[in-house]
Design a protein around this ligand. Structure first.
Ligand code: URA
Length: 200
């Protein structure tokens, strides 16, 4: 798909999905370093993200921030983006067609950032990248190589941070997957939440 509509890593204007154009108040692009080693991929913006123009700034975002902090990382150390960049009405899942409409933007972002590892947060992003049905709770922590155009992208399956809010047993699964992701992408500090002395 053409990504002519992109300005670097950002989509400035898009009218491909009539229902999302109607429900969004803005396009929510990815945030974080344009050469990040580690990229977290969510489903799509919710109400908070739509309002603030940044992915994962609501309660799910706080869970993600907590897990990152636990392994000594800050949100600014990683890239965070979504499969679709506009808020679906009533927070429904994006449709196959909407995911397809936004796919070129995501592939372009992944190609430019070229992270060592992508972490798929929940069922929708996991199935979108792996192109098969995924039992996220069972497969969380699994690492697979995903073919994107002529690239192979190392990807770690993870549950959505919101899952930890309604099912406490998912918290360990989520935090363990984030710790593994930090480790695999060379960003881990040993898991004590402190910077190493070498940083000073
Ligand atoms: N959930 C997502 O999947 N993405 C966000 O940006 C926020 C919540």
């Amino acid at each position: 798909m053409s990504d002519d509509a992109m300005d670097g890593l950002c989509v400035r204007e898009c009218q491909r999905c009539p229902a999302l154009v109607e429900s969004r108040s803005r396009i929510v692009n990815g945030v974080g370093p344009d050469d990040a080693n580690l990229l977290f991929l969510g489903e799509g913006p919710g109400a908070n993200e739509d309002e603030q123009g940044e992915p994962f700034v609501g309660r799910s975002g706080s869970v993600l921030d907590d897990a990152l902090r636990e392994v000594g990382l800050a949100r600014a150390d990683v890239r965070i983006t979504n499969c679709v960049r506009c808020r679906p009405p009533e927070n429904r899942d994006p449709t196959k067609e909407e995911l397809g409409n936004c796919r070129g933007y995501l592939e372009r972002e992944l190609e430019l950032v070229a992270p060592d590892l992508v972490v798929t947060l929940g069922k929708v992003p996991s199935e979108h990248l792996l192109d098969r049905s995924v039992a996220v709770t069972k497969e969380a922590g699994d690492v697979v190589d995903v073919r994107l155009g002529d690239r192979s992208q190392r990807t770690l399956v993870c549950v959505h941070p919101a899952a930890t809010l309604y099912d406490g047993s998912q918290k360990e699964t989520f935090f363990d997957a984030v710790a593994k992701a930090a480790d695999l992408s060379g960003l881990a500090d040993g898991g004590d939440g402190q910077s190493s002395l070498g940083d000073f």
